[in-house]
Design a protein around this ligand. Structure first.
Ligand code: SF4
Ligand code: SF4
Length: 327
């Protein structure tokens, strides 16, 4: 039993966007049309009870787009009643002041806002939605206002792809100007199974020679604490300091800190053993009947042998690139 479990619950697989980096996830929804795209609330309650019994302290509401679930507050109340803190991963589809006020009172501790583009044309290209930008900006405004008076962590996350890496300086500036605590530039090339999306060698060279210097300019413009500034510049200098030939990041015995700590639960009973599984197929996925789910089942999935998983780890950039700690 441990306290640092990371449980992600896809409370819906519905989403108004069609992000390029999400292609594999969408394909994996075999039961997409079987009326199981929203997590059954009584199964959700069972899961919260099990998480509580095995020592879990928090869960993440993810999707799909969780703000599309009209009774998301009911899920938050349940998690809260089992003593679980919560995080929400959202593309900013529907966050209002009234909702955020309530969510925070129900134990919401972290908001992760996915920002893959701030350009009206490019967001359509990268995320397949021309209306998302306006909604995201509206939600960011609400979050920013609440950051000034309430205590929670705000993270701007981006999946860095061939079509959006040149926007990294703007996204960093957006994160700083909206009072974000952190910026997570994740899955830098999305190398696993997504050759159409990942950065090629020449993109990586442009990133190093042109984009990262612009990010440093932003840091110098807005961050005044010397230690903090030093840390961020150090992390930026580390991006692609090493070459990763063939998109291989880890050796075969790599022990990822997520193994035996993380599970992602889908409404249809699919369970992934680590966060990167949203981007590739593997034989480490499990399927469960939530009707009969219990503590021993969840523990046995958590503790499954990591050998199978390690064959995918070598192509996964997890742990290579550092977050940008703004405050
Ligand atoms: S990455 Fe998020 S916002 Fe984009 S399509 Fe997938 S679930 Fe929707
Ligand atoms: S595939 Fe990536 S996230 Fe998953 S266990 Fe391996 S290194 Fe960690």
């Amino acid at each position: 039993m441990r306290e640092d479990y990371n449980f992600v619950i896809k409370i819906t697989t519905n989403c108004p966007a069609h992000c390029k980096c999400c292609v594999n996830r969408k394909k994996a929804f075999e039961n997409k049309n079987e009326n199981n795209t929203v997590f059954n609330i009584s199964y959700f309650e069972k899961l919260c009870s099990i998480i509580n019994q095995i020592g879990g302290k928090y869960i993440c509401f993810s999707g799909g787009e969780p703000t599309m679930v009209s009774n998301i507050e009911a899920y938050m109340k349940i998690a809260h009643s089992y003593g679980l803190k919560t995080r929400i991963n959202t593309n900013g589809w529907d966050i209002t002041a009234e909702k955020l006020d309530l969510w925070l009172s129900l134990g919401l501790e972290q908001i992760v806002l996915s920002v893959y583009s701030l350009d009206a044309e490019n967001i359509d290209n990268v995320r397949g939605s021309s209306v998302l930008l306006e909604r995201l900006l509206k939600s960011a405004k609400v979050i920013k206002e609440f950051k000034e008076k309430r205590d929670f962590i705000f993270i701007v996350q981006t999946v860095v792809m061939k079509d959006n890496y040149t926007e990294l300086p703007q996204i960093l500036e957006f994160a700083i100007n909206n009072n974000a605590n952190l910026m997570w530039p994740s899955y830098m090339e999305d190398a696993i199974n997504l050759p159409g999306v990942r950065m090629e060698k020449e993109d990586i060279n442009i990133l190093k020679s042109n984009i990262i210097p612009k990010m440093k300019d932003i840091v110098n413009k807005y961050i005044f604490e010397e230690e903090k500034k030093k840390d961020i510049i150090y992390n930026l200098n580390e991006y692609y300091k090493n070459e990763f030939d063939g998109y291989i990041y880890h050796n075969e015995n790599y022990e990822c800190h997520w193994t035996q700590r993380h599970l992602t639960f889908y409404p249809n009973g699919t369970i992934y053993p680590c966060p990167a599984h949203e981007y590739f197929y593997s034989k480490c996925e499990r399927k469960i009947d939530y009707n009969s789910i219990d503590v021993p089942q969840v523990l046995s999935i958590l503790n499954q042998d990591t050998k199978d998983l390690q064959q995918y780890c070598k192509y996964c950039p997890q742990g290579i690139f550092q977050d940008i700690r703004i405050s």
